[in-house]
Design a protein around this ligand. Structure first.
Ligand code: UTP
Length: 454
């Protein structure tokens, strides 16, 4: 809670960067992922609207807590830069235009379009062709974001304007700000150059792991290692058993990287000037057979934003902040129903639309319970598409109602007089205060008309 409160203050000096150029092949949705509704309870609020509302609320708090000079109109608006690609650009711009930028000023949002790169057809790196005259292209990975922030002069501009932090996040994680705010607090208190959000990770789980790698010269680097490389790396170096759970915690000693990053702007800009924001590339072909020459489908060089610390000078403060439980900070919507079924069968998190939605409800209900409200939960799991879930009451709220635990405590005046039954659905909109609430079942929307709430 202390870190969260500090994070809200630091957020007043933060620029936000959303990477949203991905194809979303695994989800198989025909639109852009940012346009998907976060959950049914909030009546169609999209991921993009949710993110914008969080940032505007943080901006409002910064203004409310700022100096008199700021409130005279000299307000620092918190910038939102969105990385798009040819696959997502037009539809992302249209989504914002159609909704009046969800309340943000138009020039507060900056678009950065990444280019696609040529595809390779085989182990000899022959170019893959669409037709005899057109080279096939695919996205180059979210690592492009650093070069774009550098070449467009954005990072430098933010630094000149007095911003202190840059937060990076992804297209479909409704829980992201629950993790980013405390991580910002942790970064500020410890003066970290880079801070990655992490969650507990089961051994061999298909999520990148945060590790500390020691070089032969004794220096070390804190960095993400992709899950398919972690086990062989551990076997070849420090543990012949590879990636195994710690018997005490039941989790791998290497936390899961959820690719939500907090960078200190000063050291971030210095590094961009040293290397131009170029991130080392990798290639990950899926081979057609054991001869390892032909590919199942064309591949390309890619780069990842979490590889940024690879070239940071020795002595840089690179850290991670672990959030527990996982669903409190991370539950992305990445997989179609069939992909999610396969993940679940392999013991991996589903990362589907359903798990994303149910995790929002669970996390919100658990927060309410923590502040003292009575929230019932159904005893029996329910099965949808062959996957079973504990279904909590469908509770969600706007960031304008509560950003933090402290807000909940303030807004829920008498938690012992609040009861939410397991077959109910509750949405809380603007600055509402709850004195007493008995919601055994059914649907309730609480919203206030004025700025002051009601
Ligand atoms: P994902 O891992 O979700 O990949 O990307 P994806 O490309 O969107 O989806 P699949 O793999 O095709 O199913 C993580 C984040 O990085 C962004 C995505 O938009 C998402 O927010 N991303 C990914 C980019 O901005 N550019 C890229 O080239 C790739």
């Amino acid at each position: 809670r202390e870190m969260e409160a500090r994070g809200v203050i630091e957020a007043g000096n933060c620029a936000f960067v959303l990477v949203a150029g991905g194809l979303g092949e695994r989800l198989g949705y025909s639109g852009i992922k940012l346009s998907l509704p976060v959950d049914l309870s909030s009546n169609g609020v999209s991921f993009l609207e949710l993110y914008v509302t969080y940032i505007l609320e943080l901006q409002r708090r910064a203004l409310a807590g700022g100096s008199g000079e700021e409130s005279k109109g000299n307000v620092k608006r918190l910038p939102l830069a969105i990385m798009t690609s040819d696959d997502t650009h037009d539809r992302t711009v249209a989504l914002l235009r159609d909704h009046a930028f969800f309340g943000m000023d138009e020039d507060q949002v900056i678009f950065m379009k990444q280019e696609k790169v040529a595809c390779l057809a085989d182990g000899n790196a022959s170019l893959a062709m669409e037709d005899p005259f057109t080279v096939q292209t695919k996205p180059h990975g979210h690592g492009d974001v650093h070069m774009l922030l550098h070449t467009m002069g954005l990072a430098d501009k933010w630094r000149r304007e007095g911003f202190k932090w840059v937060c990076f996040f992804q297209d479909t994680n409704a829980q992201v700000f629950h993790g980013l705010l405390p991580a910002l607090g942790v970064s500020a208190v410890n003066d970290y150059d880079m801070n990655s959000l992490a969650v507990p990770r089961k051994a061999k789980e298909a999520i990148g792991a945060i590790t500390r790698l020691r070089r032969p010269d004794g220096s070390s680097i804190t960095i993400n290692v992709e899950y398919n490389q972690l086990d062989p790396l551990l076997r070849a170096t420090c543990n012949p058993d590879g990636d195994v759970n710690d018997p005490v915690t039941g989790h791998s000693p290497f936390p899961g990287n959820i690719n939500q990053l907090v960078m200190k702007l000063e050291s971030y800009c210095d590094e961009l000037h040293r290397h131009g924001g170029v991130i080392s590339e990798f290639v990950n072909p899926k081979y057609a057979d054991e001869t390892r020459t032909a590919f199942k489908k064309s591949t390309r060089l890619e780069c990842m934003m979490q590889d940024f610390p690879k070239s940071l000078p020795t002595g840089s403060k690179v850290a991670f902040t672990m959030i527990r439980p996982v669903h409190a900070a991370y539950s992305p919507v990445k997989n179609s129903v069939s992909e999610a079924q396969a993940k679940a069968a392999g013991g991996n998190p589903q990362h589907s639309a359903a798990s994303g939605e149910f995790d929002v409800y669970q996390a919100n209900c658990e927060m309410l319970q923590r502040v003292g409200c009575r929230v019932d939960v159904a005893r029996e799991k329910r099965t949808f598409h062959g996957m079973s879930y504990v279904v909590w009451p469908r509770v969600s709220w706007s960031p304008r109602f509560a950003l933090t635990f402290e807000d909940l405590e303030e807004k829920i005046i008498a938690p012992d007089r609040v009861h939410i039954g397991c077959e109910s659905s509750l949405y809380i909109g603007r600055d509402v205060r709850v004195d007493r609430l008995e919601l055994p079942r059914g649907r309730l929307v609480l919203d206030a008309q004025g700025d002051e709430g009601g």
